[in-house]
Design a binder for this molecule. Structure first.
Ligand SMILES: C=C(O[C@@H]1C=C(C(=O)O)C=C[C@H]1O)C(=O)O
Length: 371
């Protein structure tokens, strides 16, 4: 379908208060959408269905599903248009907000010194007034963040969320999987050739070690790359790619339970960090730092590059694929305000003022498309 028809479909869905998700995967040209044909709230706990999942941070709460079989699937090529958005500059006006976050971070550092806690990811939310149409914001996200997973998710009984996340939770194709450990943040200033302090190297290594160690029981093989610097909007992060093959005994549900929430968005030990977050952050993260994406979709495999086989469709195989991302760099829209969510990893070496600044820089990713 044409791009105009695509955006008309999702706009109509929003106007008629019907659930949908529209998204574009990192570095892809195609925008896709699942338009639910009723307004039921479907959820999944087994992760065996096909569709699009939207999971909260707290896994005691429901994971919402837009089921493929209850939806119309539409897609279109999307040509990026130049946005010429102004670089947003941080404003330090909200001193109450700042003091509150600094107090929270200091409490986190203290808990790390006094207990078993090694790392905890602490976050806050910020409300920004915005009169823009949600679909206009979605287009700005598509135009601005090509390497991110960009989405607009809506359910009349749950809410309207948009985001552009740099973090993959889990990609699977048959028994092949890939994931990543993403942590450590600094501002991009024109080069990827930067130094990382030991605080950042350590907190990123915790994430890699956690993923590799906890996936061991579910894999036949696992490989990790060297940490590399990647750019996400105005920020740089340290990233390790982790790939491998799941074994026959593994189940998607148990792998997700193992991975989510990773120490990139929660902390270590996982349960202690989660309890600290739930007890000390003074707001509900809801779907921020949860995960979202395609679940068990059927795709024709194009892996075989042997020409004769490609020409002969009898050799084409259909694989089950899932593409899940961590819900970071996101916002929730209601009426005339956007709530944006931002956080960062705290370790024994954290400095509370610098951690505040990190959330300020992270907030610019969403603020840029809200101006
Ligand atoms: C929690 C966030 O980001 C996470 C925390 C990071 C860090 O502490 O350096 C970096 C990337 C993400 O894994 C966020 O963007 O809100």
């Amino acid at each position: 379908m044409t791009s105009e028809a695509f955006f008309e479909h999702i706009t109509n869905q929003l106007v008629s208060e019907s659930p949908f998700v529209a998204y574009r995967k990192p570095n892809e040209q195609e925008v896709k959408a699942l338009l639910q044909k009723n307004s039921n709230v479907y959820s999944t706990s087994e992760f065996t269905e096909s569709g699009f999942v939207f999971a909260p941070f707290n896994d005691k709460e429901k994971t919402i599903l837009i089921p493929l079989e209850q939806s119309e699937f539409v897609s279109s090529a999307y040509n990026i248009s130049e946005e010429n958005l102004k670089e947003t500059t941080p404003n330090d006006s909200s001193s109450d907000e700042k003091q509150k976050h600094i107090t929270l971070v200091q409490k986190g550092i203290e808990a790390i010194h006094k207990s078993n806690l090694q790392k905890v990811v602490l976050s806050r939310c910020e409300s920004i007034s915005s009169k823009q149409h949600p679909i206009a914001i979605f287009k700005k996200l598509l135009n601005t963040y090509h390497t991110a997973f960009v989405y607009c998710w809506y359910h009349p009984k749950i809410g309207l969320w948009l985001g552009a996340t740099p973090e993959t939770l889990l990609k699977t194709e048959g028994n092949r999987f890939s994931t990543m450990a993403l942590a450590g943040t600094q501002n991009y200033s024109g080069t990827l050739n930067v130094n990382w302090q030991s605080k950042e190297q350590d907190e990123q290594q915790y994430v890699t070690d956690f993923i590799v160690k906890n996936l061991k029981a579910s894999v036949d093989s696992i490989y990790q790359s060297k940490p590399a610097t990647i750019k996400a909007g105005n920020l740089l992060h340290l990233q390790t790619k982790i790939t491998g093959l799941f074994n026959k005994q593994s189940s998607f549900k148990s792998v997700l339970k193992t991975l989510h929430p990773t120490p990139a968005v929660c902390g270590l030990p996982k349960e202690d960090a989660k309890q600290f977050i739930l007890q000390n952050e003074t707001y509900n993260r809801e779907f921020y730092t949860g995960f979202l994406g395609e679940l068990n979709l059927k795709e024709k495999s194009t892996r075989n590059t042997n020409k004769r086989n490609v020409e002969n469709n009898a050799y084409a195989t259909v694989k089950t694929v899932s593409n899940l991302y961590v819900n970071l760099r996101c916002m929730q829209l209601n009426n005339s305000a956007a709530t944006i969510y931002i956080g960062g990893g705290i370790t024994k070496d954290s400095n509370s003022e610098e951690e505040w600044q990190e959330t300020v820089y992270k907030s610019l990713i969403m603020k840029k498309v809200l101006q």
